[in-house]
Design a protein around this ligand. Structure first.
Ligand code: MN
Ligand code: MN
Length: 296
């Protein structure tokens, strides 16, 4: 399969899996059963997860994925962000949607969706990423809400989720000029908080960085497995949990992070604990505009 077809495939599978997962998110359902379902469906469809399914609720904006055996369920009133990544031989599709359990949060969700739609409509060769950021900012502010200024969209390249160049969610001073063939994920976040996220102490998602000397055998086991199986892409703690005795898992991961063998994606929450909604598509720049890749 040519790279072009792999990219389309990854996007289409991501969209189909999102559809299925979105329907499973309801009051009383477990977060873990939704993540397991989505990640298994990706494999069934002949692809691989490009990262663990993110299920971030309320003031958590991103980087939450269920823990091993987690029993947490969706509750009425929850504002849920679902973020799914799929890759076919390193070609990545990245998509996100928001859902309110039992309804509500309509403005927050509509603001993120409208910002995404307006951003996608604006992308074409020669337009700058900071202009798109300005469109996102204005769209969300017109709803009386704020964009999250320190979360951004990002270029997608082979085996690389964050290809260096970003698409801001606010107007910035300078930007990159889109070129034909560029692939980007565009992902506005809207909030009724202050418009910034901060790191929580914990992380459930990690990525291989480098081989380093490690004292703990279990840490070496996890690192070798992560390098072999996930390469440059993120993985979940629960994906490596069965490799080592459970009581050593947390310690091994902490050693891997402190030795800079692994990168930890800390859970991100809104700094004033405002509610956060998100919408995301992966797009490719064409001669006259862009095409959405994460569509069925
Ligand atoms: Mn995403
Ligand atoms: Mn993304």
């Amino acid at each position: 399969m040519a790279g072009d077809d792999k990219l389309r495939d990854a996007g289409s599978i991501a969209a189909q899996v999102m559809d299925g997962a979105y329907k499973k998110v309801k009051e009383g359902a477990r977060l873990l059963e939704v993540a397991d379902y989505a990640e298994a469906l990706i494999v069934e469809m002949g692809a691989r997860p490009a990262f663990p399914m993110n299920i971030s609720i309320n003031e958590r904006a991103a980087h939450y994925t269920p823990d091993v055996g987690e029993q947490t369920v969706f509750e009425k009133g929850d504002l849920v962000k679902l973020d799914i990544g799929v890759h076919v031989d390193g070609y990545i599709g990245d998509i996100a949607r928001s859902k309110a359990i039992g309804g509500g949060h309509k403005e927050l969700i509509a603001a993120a969706e409208a910002a995404l739609e307006n951003a996608v409509s604006a992308v074409k060769p020669g337009v700058r990423t900071n202009e798109v950021g300005g469109i996102v900012e204005k769209t969300i502010k017109d709803f009386g809400l704020l964009p999250v200024s320190n979360l951004t969209g990002h270029m997608l390249t082979e085996w690389n989720l964050h290809g260096g160049t970003v698409v801001p969610n606010v107007r910035t001073m300078t930007g990159y000029k889109f070129r034909v063939g560029d692939v980007f994920a565009i992902e506005p976040f809207s909030t009724n908080g202050a418009g910034r996220v901060v790191d929580e102490a914990s992380a459930m998602i990690f990525r291989y960085l480098a081989d380093k000397p490690l004292r703990m055998r279990e840490a070496r086991t996890i690192l070798a497995y992560a390098k072999e199986n996930y390469s440059t892409l993120p993985f979940a703690e629960r994906w490596v949990a069965d490799l080592v005795p459970r009581f050593k898992l947390g310690l091994a991961l902490r050693q891997l992070v402190s030795s800079k063998s692994l990168h930890a994606y800390h859970i991100l929450r809104e700094c004033e604990r405002g509610l956060v909604a998100q919408a995301e598509h992966s797009i490719r720049v064409t001669n006259s505009g862009c095409e959405i890749l994460t569509e069925e």
